[in-house]
Design a protein around this ligand. Sequence first.
Ligand SMILES: Nc1ncnc2c1ncn2[C@@H]1O[C@H](COP(=O)(O)OP(=O)(O)OP(=O)(O)O)[C@@H](O)[C@H]1O
Length: 280
Amino acid sequence: MGQGAGRDRERDQAEGIAVSGPGPYALELKSVRKSFGKSEIIRGADLAVKPGERVAIIGPNGAGKSTLFNLVSGRFAPTSGEIRLFGERVDQLPPYQINRRGLSRSFQVSNLFTRLSVFENIRCALLWSMGHRYAFWKFLAGMDDVNDRVEELLVQIHLDKKRDVPAMNLTYAEARALEIGITIAGGAKVILLDEPTAGMSKSETRRFIQLIRQVTEGRTLLTVEHDMGVVFGLADKIAVLVYGEVIAFDTPEAVRANARVQEAYLGSVLAESHAAGAHA
Ligand SMILES: Nc1ncnc2c1ncn2[C@@H]1O[C@H](COP(=O)(O)OP(=O)(O)OP(=O)(O)O)[C@@H](O)[C@H]1O
């Protein structure tokens, strides 16, 4: 049960990295359980993600990946167990309070102000994170530093040439890039991405993985992903969730070679993707 995460902690202890107190982890799940009625969906999940790690959560359909995201982002409270963000318990907090502590979940394209330009969307997120929530209109003129930061972010997300385009006129991939820009502008330290490249072409996917890697540099990233190409292109570590338990949490190479993972999940998925590739 959650052996990978446990081993990680033991390894850290052996290497002399302090794991007591708040600990070195950006996000930590300890024996997390979640039941809906009589069905237990998350069955004692453990995970310990270090700051700056990019983690992909994979597993068969119905394993509980979305439920785990909903627990971490505060949409659901766990039935039991602990969830810590930078050492602080957050498992009983509502989503907006978890968000204030630096965790942001980027949904598909639902957070965009569709009629505002790309520039204005990023500027709103930046002002919001700076605490100009209630009276930001009066700050709109003469904010050179804010505007410079917006321009920088637009370059990072490769949308500087679309700065004046209303969000509703962006392509799907551009809208997702803007979503990530908004998350970054909002000051998120831990970012959750639901299937970031779903609905994209192969070339869009390749470019988008690069973009995610660049803009999340130094931040902690958790993604739920089915596409193994994306998983292996993006993740420093993979958490394998099967029947509500993290059965492995390790580097992509180690996970690929893990016999239990092969048996429970990855063997069949890799065989399928190989066959699909052969037919393509
Ligand atoms: N709010 C809910 N009430 C009752 N059951 C739920 C609820 N949310 C999820 N479930 C059940 O939990 C199980 C796991 O669902 P979840 O969506 O977390 O899996 P998943 O690993 O994300 O699956 P997929 O890869 O197919 O998206 C499913 O059987 C689902 O029906």
